[in-house]
Design a protein around this ligand. Structure first.
Ligand SMILES: Cc1cc2nc3c(=O)[nH]c(=O)nc-3n(C[C@H](O)[C@H](O)[C@H](O)COP(=O)(O)OP(=O)(O)OC[C@H]3O[C@@H](n4cnc5c(N)ncnc54)[C@H](O)[C@@H]3O)c2cc1C
Length: 463
């Protein structure tokens, strides 16, 4: 690529948010350039064909009802989908080692626990509806809710220990972060953006309902296909300068001048770029307080989905792990996906890949029995080690942040706009939220471009 070039809008990051912003502006006749650090598009979605033609979903993979914007792209690009396997019983592994079988989203193996959990889900969903996802800092109790961690909220509830244990596991699975790391206000924002707890944690009629046959990264590949050579790979951006006339974005291979920039990387990574003039204190204080969740995703392949013969769905929940049936309908082999979350993920970073994978297999044996001991292949992605993500599934505002710095999250800074799933008010943290945030950033930039003088003349003037 040319070392230095000019465009109307430069976009940093070719994940779903950046590519959607680019595609939306491009469709309106705006000249765009998307600069991506990695040698591939898709960011936190990463679908790779490995040995023997086996598709491995290393990143985001499920879509579900009400995720209208990602669903629209799936349809537009003609991507085929299939329903997540969910026949049979789910298993809940309790901290004292018992295995409880249940159906549906919420464990029902112990009726006392189930009754408390039903109450907790109703309570959380109602509180979330009160807080909403648009402006959590405006809630009359925002400061109190933000100073309360999910752990202290759980501890103060009248629920039985079994229900509290599961609520902690649910928090780890959802973010993934320890309940003591997440403020109640952030949790309620997140639940509001996803449309309620049951919509987020189940399979049927929920966020884990549908998978893409050729992998979720196909959506990003479709968007990148529309943009063609307007997407530049292996171009990590390290600095953005701006003045009244435009921006100059410096990346490892040169620099790009433009009228506007859309920074479509997770907030903690946006905070690591250098800006001139420096970002306002409120914005920088905010990005200092957003941290990425901690998860390792391991895919374990067996000759056949043996758990199905035992009447099991493959879905299990435990203290720090979560599994699903990951088998592909086109292949006879059985696949389990295991998420190692939070503290357990951080502890696992001190292990070798072999030790980590042995640990995952040992856990699968403890849940699904001895047949789980003999996988034919194992694949893992340690998202905490990924230089251009530094964790997943999403950025989390630490306690006290929404209530004091919330308005700084979505506010553009001069000619710099922000996009990414963390900025979404609907399905924040999910692929759908990423697409929505890209569309919103594109609309905001387009309206500023409309207000400005003739685009190309202004770009000329900026040179
Ligand atoms: C293991 C895992 C499981 C998940 N499961 C699901 C799921 O089932 N369903 C769901 O909806 N969501 C899921 N998610 C979340 C979903 O993948 C994300 O919400 C979504 O992909 C985020 O898109 P984005 O564009 O906002 O950010 P990203 O995908 O992070 O895109 C940001 C891009 O910016 C690039 N970048 C970073 N820094 C720079 C820089 N300095 N210069 C240039 N480029 C840079 C990155 O390489 C990346 O390509 C999961 C995520 C993970 C990792």
């Amino acid at each position: 690529m040319p070392e230095n070039c000019d465009t109307d809008v430069v976009i940093v990051g070719a994940g779903l948010a950046g590519l959607t912003a680019g595609r939306t502006l491009h469709a309106q006749g705006v000249d765009v350039l998307v600069l991506e650090a990695r040698d591939r598009v898709g960011g936190r979605t990463c679908s790779m064909v490995e040995d023997d033609g086996r598709l491995v979903e290393y990143g985001g993979q499920w879509i579900g009802p009400t995720q209208d914007r990602i669903n629209a792209l799936v349809e537009e690009f003609g991507l085929t989908t299939f329903t997540q396997y969910s026949d049979g019983g789910n298993l809940q592994r309790t901290e004292d080692g018992r295995l409880l079988r249940y159906h549906g989203a919420i464990p029902t193996g112990d009726p006392v626990v189930a009754a408390d959990l039903m109450e907790a889900m109703v309570e959380l969903t109602a509180l979330a509806a009160e807080v909403g996802a648009e402006a959590p800092w405006t809630h009359p109790q925002a400061a109190v809710l933000d100073a309360t961690t999910v752990e202290s909220w759980i501890g103060a509830q009248p629920y039985c220990e079994g229900a509290k244990e599961w609520l902690r596991a649910f928090t780890r699975a959802l973010f993934p972060a320890e309940p003591g790391e997440v403020s109640l206000l952030h949790a309620l924002f997140y639940i509001a953006s996803g449309g309620g707890v049951e919509r987020m944690i189940g399979v049927i009629n929920s966020a884990q309902e549908t998978r893409l046959s050729a992998g979720a990264m196909g959506v990003s590949l479709g968007l990148a296909g529309v943009l063609g050579d307007r997407v530049r790979l292996s171009c990590p951006v390290h600095r953005i300068d701006q003045d009244e006339s435009g921006v100059v974005v410096h990346h490892e291979q040169g620099r790009v001048r433009a009228r506007y920039a859309v920074v479509a990387v997770p907030p903690p990574l946006a905070g690591r770029l250098r800006y001139s003039p420096a970002l306002p204190g409120l914005r920088d204080q905010l990005t200092q307080r957003v941290f990425m969740g901690s998860a390792i995703k391991t895919t374990v392949v067996y000759p056949e989905p043996f758990w199905r013969a035992d009447g099991l769905s493959g879905h299990s929940t435990g203290h720090n792990t979560l599994t699903f049936d990951q088998s592909h309908p086109d292949r006879a082999e059985g696949v389990l996906v295991s998420f190692t979350d939070c503290d357990a993920a951080r502890r696992a970073l001190r292990m070798s890949p072999e030790e980590r994978q042995q640990q995952v297999v040992a856990e699968l044996v403890s849940v699904f029995g001895p047949k789980a001991a003999q996988p034919i292949a194992t694949y893992e992605k340690v998202w905490l080690e990924e230089e251009w993500s530094r964790g997943c599934y999403t950025g989390i505002l630490s306690p006290g942040t929404w209530s004091t710095l919330g308005p700084a999250l979505r506010e553009p800074v001069g000619r710099i706009h922000w996009a990414g799933t963390e900025y979404a008010t609907v399905w924040s943290g999910y692929m759908d939220g990423a697409v929505r945030s890209g569309e919103e950033a594109a609309a905001a930039v387009a309206s500023e471009l409309d207000m400005g003088a003739g685009l190309s003349e202004s770009v000329e003037a900026a040179r």
